[in-house]
Design a protein around this ligand. Structure first.
Ligand code: FE2
Length: 360
């Protein structure tokens, strides 16, 4: 009898097909502002969260903007607060208007426009708008990926504030009596169940990157001349992500300055890139098509593996870029081609690239 709950799909001898690329998207400032006004006009919901997912219908399951990344727009009116929540997804938070306070675990963060901070996994948080202006945030989450995997677990009103991550780490430092031992000369080990269910904890702290501080450092990079072939940016680095160079385990957040009339070299990477421009204007060429953008626009600028480059018009550009590079580095899948006439590398697995900037 034929089974319907599975089937064999014969791929014998079939060649790999190239991945289909989804097109870039520019969500214009005007559309974002109109949605902010619409959210602000709603009655406050019981959980306090006025939020709109920015959904790309081509990005698949998970209210996704890029296949692995959800982006949402949150609005909090003066005097409002959100109810506590936690989930196994992690977030990069970016305040694009106003300011306020957030409690993440046991830590309060006071934030202003263009500040960035991360929300570690399974950590209770809430937001407060203690200012006189509307608070508007963009939130980048790996919930899109977890929803594709059907394992995005969200807890509304968790019973108590969870311990800060740094305290949680100390619980696991006890000696494990069940050893892990080498079994083959080539370096394979056997690990017992007791260690499997009690891995070393790498605590992730909520880290706050105030824009005022970041900008001071970023602006120094404008002195790199026009011949510089790298990017004038800083990664907002969370050391807990180690060699995956992340802000969270999934995403890096970079703050970039593009001096006026700079044209980047075309390149590509399997990580998707989402840019929010907050000063200046310019354009991107993605897979041969030109897309214009300006301050206040949100752009899916590099759907994975698309050849792309960006250029500024006649004023300096500031932008926040979110890429799912750390996840890809951890998987060994971050193919990157910095120069299209040179070979690609799997970053963090086979190698990397250099720029023409002399070492300090
Ligand atoms: Fe890129």
């Amino acid at each position: 009898m034929e089974r319907t709950d599975f089937q064999f799909v014969d791929r014998t001898g079939s060649a790999a097909e190239p991945e289909k690329l989804i097109p870039p998207i520019v969500v214009p400032k005007e559309a974002i502002e109109a949605e902010v006004e619409r959210l602000a006009g709603l009655p406050a919901p019981p959980n306090g969260r006025r939020v709109s997912a920015i959904v790309n219908p081509l990005a698949g399951v998970g209210s996704a903007f890029a296949p692995g990344t959800a982006v949402s727009l949150s609005v909090l009116k003066p005097g409002e607060a959100t109810r506590p929540i936690r989930h196994n997804s992690t977030q990069v938070n970016f305040c694009i208007r106003g300011g306020g306070r957030t409690r993440v675990g046991g830590k309060w963060i006071q934030y202003e426009q263009y500040d960035v901070w991360n929300t570690p996994p399974w950590t209770t948080y809430l937001h407060v708008n203690d200012t006189d202006d509307l608070q508007v945030r963009l939130t980048y989450s790996n919930s899109a990926l977890l929803e594709k995997m059907q394992v995005h677990i969200v807890e509304e009103d968790p019973p108590a504030v969870t311990e800060p991550a740094e305290d949680a780490g100390s619980k696991s430092h006890g000696q494990n009596p069940f050893g892990t031992f080498q079994i083959t000369d080539d370096g394979g080990f056997l690990m017992p169940y007791e260690k499997l269910i009690n891995p070393d904890v790498v605590p992730h702290k909520p880290l706050h990157f105030p824009w005022k501080k970041v900008k001071q450092e970023l602006d120094k990079l404008t002195s790199l001349g026009k011949s510089y072939v790298g990017r004038r940016l800083y990664l907002l680095y969370n050391p807990a992500t180690g060699h995956t160079n992340g802000t969270t385990s999934n995403f890096f957040a970079t703050m970039c300055v593009r001096p006026k009339n700079i044209v980047d070299h075309p390149h590509r990477h399997v990580a998707s890139a989402i840019n929010y421009y907050f000063s200046g204007s310019g354009f991107s060429i993605v897979e041969g098509k030109r897309y214009s953008w300006k301050a206040g626009d949100l752009m899916l600028s590099a759907p994975g593996w698309a050849i792309h480059n960006h250029a500024s018009n006649d004023e300096d550009v500031y932008e926040l870029t979110i890429q799912d590079s750390p996840l890809n580095i951890w998987m060994g899948s971050l193919l990157w081609q910095e120069n299209l006439s040179q070979p690609m590398e799997a970053l963090g697995a086979t190698g990397g690239f250099t720029t023409n900037r002399p070492a300090a």
